[in-house]
Design a binder for this molecule. Structure first.
Ligand code: PLP
Length: 382
């Protein structure tokens, strides 16, 4: 399918019709085990569902195709994917370098689960290449982990430039592409080694299924991830895989609408008397705007705003109506989040702490005038 447009691949890659019945939609394989034609006679390699299930294979083929990688692996959650990947790479004594604004749970995973096993972790302003160069430890850094746009301050990192610095010492560059989705940005083509996703967000797209993914090219690391996916077993179940496939079919049209709604809202909010700052890479004065324009197809559906202080920000987040106050992002419905006490509560007191005056908006695909009215009405009330 590689010659086809992204939208075509999102609908057709890995989605062959059922050869037995002609069913256009491949069935959901609710089975945990597979009959063997004699001992060891596996049909298409399927033996036991932790090792592989055709519905999961469909999703994994689709994920690899959309990110432009050879192999895709699907997991029960984004953090399960990250955990399996890190176990495949790291050994005691290794060092992980993360952006100082990665998802709080990714930082918590390394700091609480890996540090006790002899891994060291430091964080850096990933947009500052001199700082990255200085923070990489030539003898120990094995992973450089970044998000762009970042969560929630929407910083834009130069993936190719960081990859060059990391590769000079043999470190693996992992990009969490959850905010952009493969429709807007394909990090492997920019020099990253591995892409991870919380498919719970834009890929699933409807806030109804938890999942995660690792995508990379063939090689030793892919073999280790394949083994640990089976050996640890944090795999996605068939229904979760199927729901994620269904979501991905509309990824392109949803992302276009997320981006255009967010762009309109961000532009209207610039200069608002109640706002100190609007963080959106689609705004020409955003420090990463030009870089984002080269790395991304459009600027995505996430906006953060800074209000006068913490109490005002809390009131704003709590007084919206269409934007529902909830964790998570990337669904068709708009959500508002107060990072300091919600998504980023686990990094309070660390270098990843988010200012308590910041509110994050996940702009959905509802009517843009309705959404704008909700934001402006809530600003009037604070
Ligand atoms: C950018 C990012 N990466 C990873 C994760 C973790 O994914 P999950 O919640 O599916 O485990 C999240 C969850 O919010 C996220 O926002």
């Amino acid at each position: 399918m590689t010659d086809y447009d992204f939208s075509t691949r999102a609908i057709r890659t890995g989605q062959e019709f059922d050869p037995t019945t002609g069913s256009v939609i491949p069935p959901v394989y609710f089975t945990t085990t597979f009959v063997q034609d004699g001992i060891g006679g596996f049909r298409n390699g399927y033996e036991y569902a932790r090792g592989g299930n055709p519905t999961r294979t469909s999703l994994e083929t689709l994920l690899a195709g959309l990110e432009g990688g050879d192999r895709g692996f699907s997991f029960a959650s984004g953090l399960a994917a990250e955990d399996t990947l890190l176990r495949a790479i790291l050994a005691p004594g290794d060092h992980v370098l993360m952006g100082n604004d990665v998802y709080g749970g990714s930082h918590r995973l390394v700091s609480r689960a890996f540090i006790p096993w002899g891994i060291s972790l430091s964080t850096v302003e990933m947009v500052d290449l001199d700082a990255v160069r200085a923070a990489i430890r030539p003898d120990a850094t094995k992973v450089v982990w970044l998000e762009t746009p970042s969560n929630p301050l929407m910083k834009i990192t130069d993936i190719a430039a960081v990859a060059e610095l990391a590769h000079a010492v043999g470190a693996i560059v992992v990009v969490d592409n959850t905010f952009a989705s493969p429709y807007l940005q394909q990090p492997l083509s920019l020099g990253a080694d591995v892409v991870v996703h919380s498919t719970t967000k834009y890929l699933g797209g409807h806030s109804d299924v938890l999942g995660g993914a690792v995508i990379l090219n063939e090689g030793d690391l892919a073999e280790k991830v394949a083994f640990l996916q089976f050996g640890i077993g944090a795999v996605s179940g068939p229904m979760d895989a199927w729901l994620t496939i269904r979501g991905i079919k509309t990824l392109a049209v949803r992302m276009d609408r997320h981006s255009s709604n967010a762009q309109t809202i961000a532009e209207k909010l610039v200069g608002h008397a109640k706002l100190e700052r609007v963080y959106y890479p689609g705004l020409p004065d955003h420090p990463g705007h030009e870089l984002a324009a080269t790395q991304m197809k459009s600027f995505g559906g996430m906006i953060s705003v800074q209000l006068a202080d913490g109490p005002t920000a809390r009131r704003f987040a709590e007084s919206m109506t269409l934007f529902q106050l909830a964790e998570s992002l990337g669904g068709v419905e708009s959500l508002v989040c107060y990072p300091a006490e919600m998504t980023h509560a686990s990094v309070k007191g660390t270098s990843l702490e988010v200012p308590d005056s910041v509110v994050r908006l996940s702009v959905g695909i509802e009517g843009v005038d309705d959404l704008l009215g909700d934001v402006l009405g809530a600003l009037d009330r604070v």
